[in-house]
Design a protein around this ligand. Structure first.
Ligand code: BES
Ligand code: MN
Ligand code: ZN
Length: 504
């Protein structure tokens, strides 16, 4: 785990393996960003010119490594691009700082300590830089050995210069950044863990241990309890696997008077498609199909660590979707926890089945709002691409609020509709509803299915994170290859907004 310190040391005197400075795109070439004045002085005020000679422009994502001149203790100066210089009286956007810091941490993997001398005007800037630096300092090496593992070791220490260590707002910002990023990185670990290393049972036990460590109430329903309790969706999806399903409930209670937010996560530890088997090329990354549950888990623990004034329950619907002689078949009818029957037309539409039970269970407690998170449909990836999650809701104001909350924390999302006309595609001759409908608008069809399992009158939103949950191309900013921790920051900020009385 990476340590975070707010340092009062000068950029020149601080001992570190590297000092990170910002370079922006000015009208006439690169400009050194505020925060790096002392470093620039050590270059006789010619840092921008040196950077330009080396080809730097200040574009976002750009990195330039250069040896330090005498007068700077750290042997390396790392200049990260911040994009166009903001207009007068404007600061750099938080997400720009977050990404630049993340890029720096990634490039510095293998080093021990980095000092960040990026522009800080307020505690929010320090928080964004800390978040980016700590999220960029992430590597999943649990299954690697030797030199390769060492070379990728994330930074052991991130020191922020220009933050005020004795100022309350800065202290709180650092604390929040640590809590959120440590839990988010833990979610990434879970997502990246191969499916033979993370079964529903193992996930449930990990959640129980972490929950207890942070003073949460933890309840687990095992496969017997699920069958006995009538959870036909979770038990059904799980029945084809040697690794039986679980439903985990994590409860963080602040007080009786506080609002209650229920979070529900899709936790398919491996999605083979079941009897409707996915073809090769579509199942290699399906260890990521528990990203929703990982996000919910991380968010609940982060909320508890921050002691937010809101009650939060986290529901992890955990199962492995496998084909076997005991697996559900296309054509089977399941009786769900809500009492509704579902004709399973495609066993690969399993996420909605486990979520339906968890949503109905969560609804019984009449929370003020329910948000579910799921890698639910390939259709949402087709619609919104690999970096944006879809937001659907039975309440337009809530949908807007979530979209805006995501934007505030630097996550890309987009509001999507739940068109009533798509419901008839799920009409079943045998059961109350089928688990599949029209192919076109498949992400919305899935949302409409879920909506039927939300208790009457409860505000609900559904985040389909199938696109951004797992990053397969080159890393960028603070986003590594593999599990990203998509939606964790949105969920935590949403809890904070509810705690602050910002929402309804
Ligand atoms: N886990 C998948 C969705 C998915 C696809 C997640 C790509 C991440 C990346 C889900 O269980 C699934 O298989 N959905 C089907 C539903 C269809 C059979 C109605 C899909 O989207 O093809
Ligand atoms: Mn599936
Ligand atoms: Zn799935």
């Amino acid at each position: 785990m990476t340590a975070l310190t707010l340092s009062t040391a000068g950029a020149a005197t601080l001992r570190a393996d590297a000092i990170v400075v910002g370079v922006a795109k000015g009208a006439r070439g690169p400009v050194v960003a505020p925060g790096a004045e002392a470093v620039d002085t050590a270059f006789d005020g010619k840092l921008a010119a040196v950077l330009e000679t080396l080809g730097a422009t200040g574009a976002e994502g750009e990195v330039t490594k250069l040896p330090s001149p005498s007068g700077i203790k750290a042997p390396v100066v790392l200049a990260v691009g911040l994009g166009t210089v903001p207009e007068q009286d404007h600061a750099f956007a938080a997400e720009t700082l977050r990404r630049a810091a993340g890029t720096a941490s990634r490039v510095l993997a293998g080093a021990k300590k980095a000092a960040f001398a990026l522009p800080i005007e307020a505690s929010e800037d320090a928080e964004a830089i800390a978040e980016g630096a700590l999220l960029g300092a992430y590597a999943f090496t649990a299954y690697q050995s030797g030199d390769r593992k060492d070379a990728k070791a994330p930074l052991a220490e991130v020191a922020l210069l220009g933050a005020k260590p004795r100022d309350k707002a800065y202290k709180a910002a650092a604390e929040r950044a640590l809590a959120v990023t440590e839990e988010l990185n833990r979610a990434r670990d879970l997502i990246n863990t191969p499916p033979n290393g993370l079964t529903p049972e193992i996930f449930a036990n990990l959640a129980a241990a972490a929950g207890k460590e942070h003073g949460l109430k933890v309840q687990i329903l095992d496969e017997k309890a699920l069958v006995k309790g009538g959870f036909g969706g979770i038990a059904g999806v799980g029945q084809g696997s040697e690794n039986p399903p679980r439903l985990v409930k994590l409860t963080y209670t602040h007080s009786k008077d506080a609002k209650t937010l229920a979070l529900v996560g899709k936790g398919i530890t491996y999605d083979s498609g079941g009897i409707s088997l996915k073809p090769a090329g579509h199942n290699e990354t399906m260890k990521c199909d528990m990203s929703g549950a990982a996000a919910v888990f991380a968010a609940v623990i982060a909320v508890a660590r921050l002691g937010l004034a809101v009650n939060v329950t986290g529901w992890l619907a955990l199962a492995e979707n496998m084909p076997s002689g005991t697996a559900i078949r296309p054509g089977d009818v399941l009786r769900m926890y809500s009492g509704k029957t579902v004709e399973v037309l495609n066993t690969d539409a399993e996420g909605r089945l486990v979520l339906a039970d968890a949503l109905w269970k969560a609804s019984e407690e009449k929370p003020d709002a329910i948000v579910d998170v799921a890698t639910l449909t390939g259709a949402m990836v087709v619609a919104l691409g690999n970096r944006t999650f879809g937001v659907m809701s039975n309440d337009e104001a809530f949908r807007t609020a979530i979209h805006e909350t995501a934007e505030e924390v630097g996550e890309q999302s987009w509001p999507m509709p739940l068109p009533a006309d798509l419901r008839k595609g799920m009409d079943s001759p045998t059961a109350d509803i089928a688990n599949m409908g029209e192919r076109m608008g498949g992400g919305l069809v899935a949302g409409l299915f879920l909506q039927e399992f939300v208790g009457e009158g409860i505000t609900w939103a559904h985040l389909d994170i199938a696109g951004p949950a797992f990053h397969e191309s080159a890393p960028f900013g603070y986003t590594p290859k593999g599990g990203t921790g998509s939606s964790v920051r949105t969920l935590v900020r949403l809890a904070e907004r509810i705690a602050a009385g910002d929402l309804g």
